[in-house]
Design a protein around this ligand. Structure first.
Ligand code: ADP
Ligand code: MG
Length: 161
């Protein structure tokens, strides 16, 4: 079973993020991968909207990690948003202490997270973003990683495939 969604516009990618928020539970770590401009930050904006983040979410490229207070009935009070694009080595990833982001009431979404995968000694969700070859406005998102039965049914709702 694979879970994927095609997003024909910027707004559709945000909506995909908002719908994906329903899949999240406290302590979840989500690693987002895909080329520059593939829609990772756009997606995170949608997640933030659905989790009741009031602040504006922008690309954390230069700060690496941002914290946003969240207000929802899922028990998630903090959204950590990281971007490790500019990090060159595993040593630098380790220096960021991303493991520390996994708090009881928080979720962490990490762009270019594939480099960070080894940092997390537990299962993570992965989101792969691809720009559609036939339509440069469209994006494809595929979900993988730690998908248990509860999440599988939520992801089936989320998925359009
Ligand atoms: N279907 C789409 N989904 C997301 N972004 C899109 C889409 N079509 C065009 N875009 C544009 O692509 C760019 C995506 O940027 P961003 O979300 O910052 O990507 P990333 O974080 O993966 O580098 C934005 O300029 C956005 O307007
Ligand atoms: Mg980005």
């Amino acid at each position: 079973m694979s879970y994927r969604r095609v997003c024909p516009s910027d707004a559709a990618t945000q909506d995909a993020g908002a719908a994906f928020a329903a899949v999240l539970r406290p302590r979840d770590v989500v690693l987002l991968s895909g080329a520059l401009g593939a829609g990772k930050t756009t997606f995170v904006k949608g997640v933030a909207r659905a989790l009741g983040v009031v602040e504006r979410v922008t690309s954390p490229t230069f700060t690496m990690v941002r914290q946003h207070a969240a207000h929802n009935d899922q028990g998630i009070t903090t959204l950590h948003h990281a971007d490790v694009y500019r990090v060159n080595s595993l040593g630098e990833v380790l220096d960021l202490d991303l493991g520390e982001l996994v708090e009881e009431d928080a979720v962490a979404l990490i762009e270019w997270g594939e480099l960070a995968a080894t940092v997390f000694g537990r299962e993570v969700l992965t989101l792969e973003f691809a720009i559609d070859a036939s339509d440069e406005e469209a994006r494809r998102i595929e979900v993988g990683g730690a998908i248990d039965a509860v999440r599988a049914s939520a992801l089936a709702q989320w998925s359009d495939a």
